[in-house]
Design a protein around this ligand. Structure first.
Ligand SMILES: Cc1cc2nc3c(=O)[nH]c(=O)nc-3n(C[C@H](O)[C@H](O)[C@H](O)COP(=O)(O)OP(=O)(O)OC[C@H]3O[C@@H](n4cnc5c(N)ncnc54)[C@H](O)[C@@H]3O)c2cc1C
Length: 471
């Protein structure tokens, strides 16, 4: 690769201090947050991304017209879908801040709904926008399909969680802290809420992280528990605006370039060392492709980060390598154009052959065609996204089981599958006692991403927070 010319060598005539040169490796939501923060700090930023696209695991995918099989207005245009349907919540403050910083208005691009878990038969639960604990109490008392005893049990358990400030033993699972809840409450509320928040089945999920998310959502300022559903594809929601903002503010984006190695530069000689036994104390920067950077932020997924640093920080790399993951499958289907679900998002009943926990009516959620790119977004009546978190079967089996589930639970027939995306390493498995790598890797080398230690599970908010904290 040619030199990007951004080394920190002082010009003889320069009177002011040179800018710190910072390399960010990876342009997912964490890397974009880190690059924006560094640029705001006055650093000279170079952002390397292996692919031609920004957004990482929360990105837009273009569906070719021939694949779509949908007659009508968009048959000649590319359909912009996502690699997976995403949900944000009102408590994702850092993510919303990042959107505003790069010029995106969350109010116009996110559909805000009170937290609602309704099933096709309209049973379920909704949290009104009231202060805690009124929001929870009213939500529980108004829940449909539960007996008085079910509701009383949940109220008592919620009261205990509140008294313990939503904290619990690090080794507890969500099942452990919900033992006193009735089967309907467990099935209709805890299981879907846990899988939506942690992408991990409630029997295996960390109770400490679950309670932390509940606390921020329920106990935070009004609107914290609201569901925020993207009304545009994920590229337009933030990453493409961040890319434009970075370019306008002097950052250099090197797209389609996978960083393969990092070499420490030591104070004494100023030359790159290849020796793996060199200490970290005297490092004053890093070389990437022979170019010097004062600081490097690794914003790749954990396995790529481990490969990049294993010579320089073996213990950190070993921890990053040992993490376990959960998959998510998203099945996009086109129903008849007149199809409209009773809610923009519905919970579904799961069992061995019914893997989807949620279905999203993108015809109701998404807004207008996007002009200027030759692509439309998914604002088409009848376009549904079924989400199966932690599926136990392969892509094609999930797809056929989801079609059957849609027939059984939504009474929908004649569905046309547009695309099924299986992300095998969608998020970390958020299990009790999970020890995640810290953001500091070694001298002048930090890491960010949804797998880095922090209060949040593997989510957009976790990624963005760690990006902001990485400099
Ligand atoms: C299907 C699905 C559904 C999800 N649903 C939700 C949800 O509803 N709500 C929510 O909050 N979160 C959800 N998530 C999780 C969320 O998408 C992730 O937590 C977040 O996108 C992770 O961002 P990141 O920046 O940490 O990593 P990534 O997005 O993985 O970004 C890493 C980037 O680094 C690049 N890269 C890798 N190696 C190199 C290299 N050597 N050199 C240069 N570049 C490199 C990659 O190409 C990538 O662009 C979901 C994830 C998936 C997959």
């Amino acid at each position: 690769m040619e030199s990007t010319g951004l080394g920190s060598t002082l010009n003889a005539n320069q009177t002011t201090a040179p800018k710190r040169s910072v390399a960010v490796i990876g342009a997912g939501w964490a890397g974009l947050a880190a690059a924006v923060r560094a640029t705001q700090n006055g650093d000279q930023v170079t952002l390397f991304e292996a692919t031609q696209q920004v957004g990482g695991r929360a990105r837009c995918v273009n569906l070719k017209p021939l694949d779509s099989g949908v007659a009508g207005a968009r048959s000649e245009a590319t359909l912009r879908l996502d690699n997976g349907q995403h949900i944000l919540i009102g408590a994702y403050h850092r993510t919303l801040d990042l959107m505003r910083t790069v010029g995106v208005n969350p109010q116009t691009l996110l559909m805000r709904l009170p937290l609602t878990l309704r099933y096709p038969d309209q049973s379920g639960f909704a949290i009104p926008r009231l202060p805690f604990p009124l929001n929870l109490a009213v939500g529980i008392l108004a829940a449909r399909g539960w007996s008085a005893a079910d509701k009383w049990g949940l109220l008592q358990t919620a009261w205990q969680w509140q008294r313990s400030h939503f904290s619990c033993a690090a080794q507890s699972t969500v099942a452990d802290i919900c033992k006193s809840l009735s089967p309907p409450v467990w099935r209709d509320l805890i299981e879907p809420l846990c899988v939506a928040a942690l992408n991990t089945p409630a029997e295996q999920a960390s109770a400490a992280v679950f309670l932390r998310v509940l606390k921020d959502a329920l106990w935070g300022p009004s609107g914290s528990s609201d569901l925020l559903l993207p009304q545009v594809d994920l590229g337009r929601l933030m990453p493409e605006a961040a890319r434009a903002w970075l370019e306008q503010n002097g950052a250099l984006l090197v797209m389609g370039h996978r960083v393969e190695a990092l070499s420490p530069v030591h104070q004494a000689s100023g030359t790159a060392l290849v020796s793996t036994c060199a200490g970290s104390e005297n490092i004053n920067g890093w070389h990437i492709n022979g170019e010097f950077f004062d600081h490097v932020v690794i914003a790749t997924p954990a396995l790529d980060a481990a490969n990049l640093v294993h010579e320089h920080a073996p213990a950190w790399a070993a921890q990053a390598r040992n993490l376990k993951y959960q998959a998510i499958a998203t099945v996009y289907v086109q129903a008849a154009l007149g199809t409209r679900l009773s809610q923009p998002m519905l919970a579904l009943r799961t069992h061995t052959h019914a893997p989807a926990q949620f279905v999203f009516d993108r015809g109701q959620i998404c807004i207008g065609p996007h002009t200027g790119t030759g692509a439309t977004n998914a604002a088409t009546p009848g376009l549904l996204a079924f989400v199966a978190s932690a599926p136990q079967v392969d892509r094609m089996s999930v797809q056929s089981q989801v079609l059957e589930q849609a027939r059984e639970q939504l009474n929908l027939n004649g569905l046309h599958v547009l695309q099924t995306v299986m992300e095998k390493r969608a998020t970390l498995a958020c299990t009790p006692g999970l020890i995640r790598p810290l953001g500091q890797v070694t001298t002048r080398l930090t890491a960010c991403g949804d797998y880095i230690a922090g209060p949040y599970p593997s989510t957009l908010e976790g990624a963005v927070r760690s990006g902001f904290a990485s400099l």
